[in-house]
Ligand binder design. Structure first.
Ligand code: CP
Length: 325
């Protein structure tokens, strides 16, 4: 198979939530629910004999492990290639790494990369289905889908389908380092299309006004509220984000001031959002953006998010390989 940058991306790819119609989101939720109900021995036949490569240029705990466990649980063979222990360290390009994995029999590649757009390049260069496991500050589509499933289930909504009113009446407040967050971008471009009101919250350094443009091309929008207490008072869901110190480059941030203004503490939660669902994509820094007792408290859905990650990623792998399940 010869491929180049003019090659269209394989339709099994998931590069951005922007490429998914609401109906396709519903199909993914339905497949997720179906597979959650399947016995383990039946699941293990779904991708038996198939080969999936996990290609990680950035560290990951949740995304890498859940894609790997999802693939193995479906009976697929997996291989993990990390920039720390492969010929990438010797300077091998993304293209050559991808072509090598394809030559070794990989039928799909799960890619995390520090550069925005790398998954699309890999998809065009290999012709294989590529699942974006987080690219730079661009997108993290599987995270947004697992967040969607978590919200639907915790709020008692139908998590087996999606339509423009699935999240009607639900306000999601996303707070923290929006500027550097691919999770915030993907959620801001997915949840409003299902009827949610999304409020972004954070100081100017971490939340530029340009964020108001998120979703505009998809016919939806988000709001900005700088005052965390005012934002929380409207929240059905409070999604907290880590400060990405590794991407701050040149930005100065007074952490004590940030904590005073934006940490989700138990006092703040009790005062302003005593019924809101608390979410965090991880990794979280306890004592910075979120207090440990809130992360472990009854309003927290953080561990559920991780579990739904496994389920959603099963459906994405099956979709990528065009398997029946
Ligand atoms: N949420 C998320 O992407 O976590 P990891 O970086 O651990 O995969």
């Amino acid at each position: 198979m010869h491929s180049n940058l003019d090659t269209p991306c394989h339709p099994g790819s998931l590069l951005s939530v922007q490429h998914l119609t609401v109906s396709e989101v519903g199909d993914i939720l339905a497949a997720t629910a179906r597979m959650d109900a399947m016995p383990q021995d039946e699941l293990a036949r779904v991708l038996r004999g198939r080969t999936i490569a996990l290609l990680f240029y950035e560290s990951s705990t949740r995304t890498r492990t859940s894609f790997e466990l999802a693939a193995k649980g479906l009976g697929a063979t997996t291989t993990l290639v990390s920039d720390k222990s492969s010929s990438i360290e010797k300077g091998e390009s993304l293209k050559d790494t991808g072509l090598t994995l394809r030559a070794l029999g990989a039928e799909a590649i799960v890619l995390r990369h520090n550069l925005s757009g790398a998954p699309e390049l890999l998809a065009r260069m290999t012709g294989l289905p590529v699942l974006n496991a987080g690219d730079g500050m661009h997108e993290h589509p599987s995270q947004a889908l697992l967040d969607l499933r978590t919200i639907l289930l915790r709020l008692g909504r139908d998590a087996t389908a999606a339509h423009e009113r699935s999240l009607e009446g639900v306000t999601v407040v996303i707070t923290g380092d929006i500027r550097h967050s691919r999770v915030a971008r993907s959620n801001a471009m997915l949840l409003p299309r299902l009827g949610a009101r999304v409020i972004l919250c954070g100081p100017e350094e971490l939340l530029p006004v340009e964020a108001l443009g998120l979703g505009v091309g998809l016919g939806v929008g988000v709001e900005i509220e700088r005052d965390f207490d005012r934002a929380l008072a409207q929240a059905d869901v409070a999604m907290m984000l880590r400060i990405q110190k590794e991407r701050l480059a040149g930005l100065s941030l007074d952490l004590a001031e940030y904590i005073a203004g934006y940490q989700l503490s138990s006092e703040r939660l009790a005062a302003h959002a005593p019924k809101a669902l608390v979410m965090h994509p991880g990794p979280m820094i306890r004592g910075l953006e979120i207090a440990g007792e809130v992360a472990d408290g009854p309003q927290s859905a953080i561990e559920e998010q991780v579990r739904h990650g496994l389920s959603i990623r099963r459906a994405l792998l099956v979709r990528a390989l065009g398997a029946a399940a």
